[in-house]
Design a protein around this ligand. Structure first.
Ligand code: HEC
Ligand code: HEC
Length: 222
């Protein structure tokens, strides 16, 4: 005779763990399902970031966040959206130089990339940037030569380049740019700045051609 009914005085002891395990199973299943839905939503979010926006966010992280700590400290996090909102706000408060619009694209990138369901091992942000297609060169044809404004270039340099190329462009992690021969070779300069080279990030997605011309003008006056 089988004893499985819950009303069975003796079988109760047997069925109890079974009921518990069924409950645990149901709880686990609904958790897994909600995680799956959550992850799918995150993936959708991520897909909603255009490649240009992803590149822009990764470039901003390298230029504005990696001033104080490695991008790995950021990349190793797996946080839900509310925690990313708090973290990015905190970093801006501590000194990360991001406009509201820049902070928003960085936030969307991090929420989509570094969510709790993300793989344990992601490529580094530097690798992701290097793997992504560089932006094409809008304006390279047709717009005519740009006139760089040195005064505007100073601020752009300070915010985007100084962390690696040093104050006054005298060099740091990146080479000295003041009086660097590359400034006279515009083709090489634009190629390097638009598309990046090795550890040097690509700026084509984050800066306009006018911005880059302004930085060039400022550098050429060092
Ligand atoms: C002015 C310096 C500075 C800048 C710029 C900066 N951070 Fe931080 N960040 C810190 C410090 C200090 C800590 C805490 C110390 C540590 O853990 O090394 C930290 C810690 C973190 C952490 C670890 C979690 C935590 O809350 O402690 C994350 C994630 C992070 N930063 C993300 C960013 C992002 C994203 C940016 C760019 C939007 C950024 N940081 C820019 C200084 C900075
Ligand atoms: C994250 C660090 C980093 C940032 C930010 C950065 N650079 Fe660089 N840059 C480098 C490194 C490193 C190199 C050397 C690349 C190599 O070894 O090929 C480099 C190389 C260059 C070169 C070529 C120099 C030469 O002698 O060939 C130019 C030009 C340049 N950067 C301009 C800029 C400008 C303009 C900005 C800001 C818009 C900028 N960089 C921001 C790291 C950086």
């Amino acid at each position: 005779m089988e004893r499985v009914g819950p009303t069975d005085g003796y079988g109760g002891g047997m069925s109890m763990p079974r009921r518990v395990s069924r409950f645990v199973f149901a709880a686990l299943l609904s958790l897994t399902l909600s995680l799956a839905v959550f992850t799918a939503a995150q993936e959708e979010d991520r897909a909603s970031l255009s490649p240009a926006e992803s590149r822009k966010a990764a470039t901003l992280i390298m230029a504005r966040c990696a001033v104080c700590h490695t991008t790995d400290l950021i990349s190793q996090q797996r946080l839900p959206e509310d925690r990313w909102i708090v973290t990015v706000e905190k970093m801006v408060h501590w000194g990360a130089e991001l406009s509201k619009e820049e902070a928003a694209v960085v936030l969307r990138y991090l929420v989509a990339r570094n969510h709790p369901g993300a793989a344990a091992e992601l490529p580094t942000i530097e690798q992701e940037l290097a793997m992504s297609q560089p932006a094409s060169d809008p304006g390279a044809a047709g717009d005519g030569p740009l006139t760089g404004l040195s005064a505007r270039g100073a601020g752009l340099y300070a915010r985007n380049c100084q962390a690696c190329h040093g104050e006054g462009a005298t060099g740091g992690v990146g080479p000295k740019l003041a009086r660097n021969m590359i400034l006279k070779n515009e083709g090489a300069f634009w190629e390097t700045v638009l598309h990046g080279r090795g550890p040097m990030p690509a700026w084509g997605a984050a800066l306009s051609h006018q911005d880059i011309a302004d930085i060039h003008a400022w550098l050429a006056a060092r």
